[in-house]
Design a protein around this ligand. Structure first.
Ligand code: HEC
Length: 153
């Protein structure tokens, strides 16, 4: 009887260990380094024009392509709405954005913007800013990168 109980316990522990190892392996890493890879396009992201179904080419939705400091080559097509340089100050300081009340970003607000185009005051940003399929790990990695102190662009 005791043996049976122990055997059942052992199986339960073994199953739990396998499940735990599986989820740990499936969990994608969160880091500013990964955020940089996502921001610069080294790790591709799927994105599209808000309310459109098909994805834009991966190269078109690279954050740095629009938000980088000195990326607009002379003669290159300019975005209709200017894309601001994304940094800690822009995101964390309370400011009026697109005519809305003063607001600032935190991680959930940042992820909502990327997924839906709604800013922290629920004002929709210009459609030039794509919407993205970002899971939590990618979003948090991006957040860590763009809010890093003294980030070199
Ligand atoms: C095709 C160009 C384009 C790409 C690619 C792009 N953005 Fe934008 N983004 C914009 C434009 C334009 C705006 C300003 C929209 C407005 O003010 O209505 C914007 C706005 C934003 C804002 C809001 C800033 C604020 O003050 O509210 C954030 C944050 C942002 N983008 C982050 C990103 C991130 C992160 C990526 C990559 C995952 C990215 N963007 C990719 C064009 C782009």
């Amino acid at each position: 009887m005791i043996r049976k109980v122990l055997a059942v316990r052992f199986v339960a522990v073994a199953v739990a260990a396998v499940v735990w190892a599986g989820t740990a392996a499936a969990r994608t890493p969160v880091s500013a380094a990964r955020g940089r890879a996502l921001f610069t396009g080294r790790e591709p992201l799927a994105g599209r024009v808000r309310d459109h179904r098909s994805d834009l080419p991966a190269a078109v939705v690279v954050c740095r392509g629009c938000h980088g400091a000195s990326v607009v080559a002379p003669g290159a097509a300019q975005a209709l709405a200017p894309a601001p340089a994304i940094d800690r100050a822009l995101l964390l300081e309370a400011r009026s954005r697109r005519g809305g009340p003063p607001s600032s970003y935190d991680l959930p607000a940042f992820c909502r913007l990327l997924r839906t185009g709604a800013d922290p005051a629920y004002v929709l940003v210009a459609r030039e800013m794509p919407v993205f399929d970002v899971d939590d790990a990618r979003c948090e990695s991006l957040w860590r990168f763009v809010t890093a102190e003294g980030r070199a662009r």
